[in-house]
Design a binder for this molecule. Sequence first.
Ligand code: PMP
Length: 362
Amino acid sequence: MSRFMRPCFRGLEAYTPGEQPRDQQYVKLNTNESPYPPSPEVFERLSAAEIEKLNLYPDPTGKALKEKLAALYGVEAKNVFLSNGSDEILNFAFLAFCDEERGVAFPEISYGFYPVYGGLYRVPCVKIPLKEDFSIDFRDYCDIGKMVVIANPNAPTGMELPLAEIEEILKSNAHQIVLIDEAYVDFGGTSCVELIGKYDNLLVVQTFSKSRSMAGARLGFAIANEDIIEDLEKIKFSTNPYNINRLTLAAGEAAVESDAYYRNNAKKIAETREWTMARLREMNFVVLDSVANFVFAKSNDLRGETVYRELKKKGVLVRYFGKANIEDFVRITIGTPEQMARLLEALTEVLTEQKGDFHENQ
Ligand code: PMP
């Protein structure tokens, strides 16, 4: 750290992204990317003609993409906000809608970026424990008087909160933003986009990084009441008006046009998830009921850290958090059927080779 850093940021705990190794080819099941490529329409759209225009700034309003998304989700363009990955919307929401007095509440086990933004803006964070079965108790968030942030499905559990329970949270916190992070909703969850006309405090956040195979392009969007969108636009135009580059805007438009392709991929991933979960359970794993493109699983025989480490030695990368209450869990992204077969094969080997590791060390 240099001596120039503002004192208030010296103790900042930054977010640590999942590993993006360059040293070898892994079966990469650690950062919830799609195993499928972008649609043929995206390939076609990112042609020389598009690259030729890189000397010009992109449209700072993203009008064409907003209109396409609005049509797809049955809202109006004024209800849509575009961002550089959905992380940017989280960033803007923490900046715009909570402060030192009015804190923020989110589940203790959830996306690791929420407390980081809380720390960055010095917003008091209330971290609410999950129930013993790792589900969210919606009553913990009712009448809480703070901004509420909930990933639905939650990460890393993959478990879903029913819409009726989200409505209770919305109703009882009418003067606070309720941000529902739907990064993983397309793999079997239920979106609450349809509720934005009913609740003017609802902010729904989605991304092109998962079901739309565009993590590398960095594109997210929010859907909400137009006043909330206007606030987010104000923050964007006060920080980086050209937050989405020209190629990403073009790719995003083509991706929305090929919705059927992505919907089919999400269906394939959900099918792969179901048999992967069944196989893991047969292998004596506890597997939470996931509706996302990942599963959160714990071996009854091996420590989570051992599973992670030994799989990595065999070229299979999964995510290990090593945090309280989930230290024996690993999060496994659902890949292609071939990738999951490789994972299960590697796991079978690890279970034989490492037998007893868990119990001996207890
Ligand atoms: N929300 C959740 C719950 C996530 O897991 C992620 C991805 N790590 C994001 C938001 C951010 O994704 P992106 O910025 O790629 O849209």
